[in-house]
Structure formats: C-alpha cells, structure tokens
Design a protein around this ligand. Sequence first.
Ligand SMILES: [Zn+2]
Length: 88
Amino acid sequence: MSNTPSIVRTVEKLGRVSIPIEIRERFDLLGKNHVEMSLEGDTIVLTKQTPGCLFCGADSNTETYRGKMICRECLDKLSKKTGDVSGK
Ligand SMILES: [Zn+2]
C-alpha cells in the first residue's frame, strides 16, 4: 500500500483504533467482521478473518475453538489422529 496515503489515527485509552472508511470499503469490512492482529518485525499486520474452517475453508458445520473455526470433518480427522497414541 505504498502508493496510498498513510492515515494517522489515535490509539484510545483502551487500545481501540478506528479503521478509516476507505480501508474498510476496500477490504469489505463494513459489517461485523473479525480481524487478526499479528506482528511482522516492528509492524502490526491486520488481516481480515474469513469465516470458515481453519484447515479446509469450509463454511458450514463449523465450531469455534479458541477463536479459530474448524469444521466437524476436520475436527473428526484431527481427533482420530491425536487419539492414535500408537504413533502409527
Ligand atoms: Zn475443515
């Protein structure tokens, strides 16, 4: 985004920062969306979270665990894998 002007915002007391409308429109963040914050060196990266299974992207039959979505099918495969203590 080096060709777009940077926008300065104030971080409020409780850590809130509002995302400018230009950015929200561009990334379709106009409804109630989840964003993920991560660090890349000294930079804070904000990534739009798309609803869907963390592993396969399925958007139906999902459950949330620790803020991540996972579908029943992947959950079953995962539990079978972790349930297999023989190391096979
Ligand atoms: Zn899945």
